[in-house]
Design a binder for this molecule. Structure first.
Ligand SMILES: [Zn+2]
Length: 121
């Protein structure tokens, strides 16, 4: 989702929390909405709601989004324990987020452009 449609400013998120030894290096930072940042907090593992087992936290700098997630309409679907756990922990398919994605689609901003997909000129 894009910052202008969120109704709030994004935060610089430490993917590996500083309270757990994470650094301020660029490869440990991600741009995050405040809701995701506060929901994630200092966790490094999350619960996979399908198995009830701990799953590795999705790392936006080192993991490929499409390995762990896919779109089903405006819903994000987890393809792996890591994907399912993040969707559940951050409530990525909340009613508000679905409405934002529908609005983004009307503006031509949904689905988001994948980093792996070259931009046509
Ligand atoms: Zn967010």
């Amino acid at each position: 989702m894009y910052e202008p449609g969120q109704g709030g400013e994004y935060h610089v998120e430490h993917i590996s929390p500083t309270s757990r030894g994470g650094s301020d290096d660029m490869d440990n930072l991600a741009w995050s909405c405040s809701r995701c940042n506060f929901s994630k907090s200092n966790r490094v593992e999350l619960l996979d709601p399908e198995t009830g087992e701990q799953a590795q936290m999705f790392h936006a700098r080192t993991m490929d989004w499409t390995d762990h997630f896919e779109w089903s309409g405006h819903l994000i679907v987890g393809r792996t324990p890591t994907g399912r756990a993040l969707i559940h922990a951050l409530d990525l398919n909340s009613a508000k987020r679905i409405r934002i994605r529908a609005r983004d689609e009307l503006c031509g901003d949904f689905p988001p452009q994948s980093r792996a997909t070259p931009i046509e000129e």
